[in-house]
Design a protein around this ligand. Sequence first.
Ligand code: C2O
Ligand code: CU
Length: 463
Amino acid sequence: FGPDEPKPAGTVGPHDTVVERTDQRRHWSGRTTSVTLTAQQGTLDLAGRQARTWLYDGGPMAAAVRVRAGDRLHARLVNRLEAATTVHWHGLRIRNDMDGVPDVTMPAVRPGDTFDYRFVVPDPGTYWLHSHVGVQRDRGLYAPLIVTDPHEPGDYDHDETIVLDDWTDGVGPTPDAILGELRAGHTGGTVRPVMAPSSPWGPMTSELTYPLHLANARPPEDPAVIRARPGQRLRLRLINASAATPYRVAFSGHRMTVTHADGWPVRPTTVDTLLIGMAERYDVLVTVGDGAFGLVAAAEGGKGVARAVVRTGAGTTPPPTARPAELRRRLLCYPDLRPVAGTALPKRPVDRTVRLLLSQGTSHPVTWLIDDHAWPHRKPVPVRQGERVRIDLVNASAMAHPIHLHGHTFALADTGVRKDTVVVLPGKTTSILVQADNPGRWLLHCHNAYHMALGMTTELDYL
Ligand code: C2O
Ligand code: CU
């Protein structure tokens, strides 16, 4: 392609380099990045509807943290809420005492108090931060956490973050009210199953029908607009911060090349649409055409969409309910991804195999279980420093569960792709390989906020 000729949308050009990465954590660069996160009541303007909610600073985008790999992050949490809270750094392999899990790694920060998180950020990539208390993150207590890498080749013109969220606070019941309904086994209102018989997630993709879906904390009627020039390449960092909604994402008129999953590079794979579970992140590259295009995240199986708009030229903005045809074309699922050399766990025998059963409790109140235990009752997974551990996640329930492990990244046993959150489909078993190299007590839980709060949580304990 000549210098002024746009590359065709969504293909990988001949000069694309596969991103290299090793499994070495970065040492401290000598630099410190300081931020303050003030957890407080606030209002989000949702196309004229004022939603009173809980936010860091002015909301998820205002509170977004950007830091270089190898820098020390000093983040001061100021709690101006009436409830205790914490910040968890989702996906970062940091010191256990900075992990932000109440009653496991630290006491929750009480109203009026502050807490200073200090740690070296070990890995570049797309992460996020959120409260780890109850279902607080189903309010607005989350933000993107982007770790840049001075050594990673950046073959793109714009670096944009799109964070997706299912929304109820201020427009529907509060998260705590929803939790109460779920626990009691009530249905109606928001607690209404989303059925999609042919979804890869299984027939019940969610137990909750949200009134609204947001992208970058904005409703579809008043979307965030990304401006670029025709032919430019965008790196889009897609984050699913929702409590209970998987999204199918497509970019109208374009194909997307997936380059990273959960912050780790993968062999570039070009697709029309991808399904992104709760807490997963995918980075995609896209070369934009001329006009105005919807980047649409459709709640899997449901009616709602979240969206942003990319504008490079003239043309009318697509209507808020438009569903790109790409949503029905080639769908990427994480088993299709392959790792980049250098990110695979070194080959070695497994020292310990653990089988964890994921199931729904059979009595009232409603619970979700790991190995027949509901948090805070639990059967921790014991590991020893240095061990290679295989965990077989056996889903005996009728719903998919995005399972997240703190403090580590695991390799999918089938493909070797590195992740920190993996969707275990109903009736299926997914095996992960963990290198036990970060001592502490680390949570392992379903990232459906309500499944987590109803018990689907255990921990990895170093002996
Ligand atoms: Cu994203 Cu235990 O958390
Ligand atoms: Cu779950």
